[in-house]
Design a protein around this ligand. Structure first.
Ligand SMILES: C[S@@+](CC[C@H](N)C(=O)[O-])C[C@H]1O[C@@H](n2cnc3c(N)ncnc32)[C@H](O)[C@@H]1O
Length: 261
């Protein structure tokens, strides 16, 4: 498939905390898979104009999952690969040229953030397939998007069989309404926030529940969010039972419940 570097979003300085939310989720959700991996190899695919998010990922996984983790940042843009070399710290952190074929690596985990948003929706399935075919046995791909400051984001977790879950995540202290999450859906869903699509129904259900929970606002946005997620679950959405993560402004659902129709 076509692979193209488009650095539009990464011009200027990348906020080093931008991917902290997904990294914390990765530690909790994918930590066991990485601990069980014969080779603790992780790829940060499309790390961008600066290597800072790859540096952060390595630090987070080394302290939170296993000290011998090896992160390889892959970039399709050779200028960005050269620029990242001073941040390399082998064997724990390296940078190389590569795309969805993963440069021949067989990682246990791939994080691809804010990469597919630069492609057409029709290219997503191929990109996903290309990556998941190259994972080590039991390997995982987390593909998603977020805003510049990491306050709003969403990601899809995939294994060798395809997409498993969707997670929506918001910094609750700056969230006006869950409808804002629609702007930061993964490429597979961002054009599907229209009537008749399940993701549209979900966003609307969250928004309605958030407004119905306005009475909880004086107790803080976390209480309001917890009430919102509880209401959506009671309404029949099969929210995965991770109240610990709900408290962080997150919500995870099985992929089939929100997949494009
Ligand atoms: C918007 S930046 C994202 C940077 C970082 N992941 C983040 O979220 O802050 C997207 C990067 O993906 C790279 N890219 C685009 N297509 C790619 C591909 N097929 N394989 C690897 N990198 C790719 C671009 O060169 C660009 O540097």
């Amino acid at each position: 498939m076509r692979q193209r570097p488009l650095g539009v979003v990464t011009r200027g300085t990348t906020n080093p905390n931008r991917l902290r939310r997904v990294d914390n989720w990765l530690v909790e959700t994918c930590g066991d898979a990485l601990r069980a991996a014969a080779d603790p190899l992780v790829v940060d695919l499309g790390y961008g104009a600066t290597p800072v998010t790859a540096v952060e990922l390595r630090a987070r996984l080394a302290t939170g999952v296993r000290a011998d983790v090896r992160v390889v940042g892959l970039e399709i843009d050779p200028v960005r690969v050269a620029a990242a070399q001073p941040a390399a710290d082998p064997p724990g952190l390296a940078f190389a040229r590569g795309g969805f074929e993963l440069a021949g690596l067989r990682p246990a985990l791939v994080r691809a953030f804010n990469v597919l948003r630069q492609y057409d929706e029709s290219e997503v399935a191929d990109a996903w397939r290309t990556v998941i075919e190259r994972l080590a046995p039991g390997g995982l791909l987390v593909e998603g998007t977020c805003d510049e400051l990491g306050r709003l984001g969403s990601w899809v977790l995939l294994d060798a069989t395809g997409p498993r879950t969707l997670t929506l995540a918001a910094k609750l202290t700056t969230l006006d309404s869950p409808a804002q999450l629609a702007e930061r859906l993964p490429k597979a869903l961002i054009h599907r926030n229209v009537p008749g699509e399940r993701i549209h129904d979900l966003i609307r259900a969250l928004d309605d529940a958030w407004h119905a929970a306005a009475g909880y606002a004086p107790f803080g946005p976390r209480q309001r969010w917890l009430r919102t997620v509880t209401a959506v679950k009671q309404a029949g959405w099969p929210v995965l039972d991770r109240p610990r993560r709900w408290r962080h402004g997150e919500l995870t659902l099985p992929w089939p419940t929100i997949s494009p129709t």
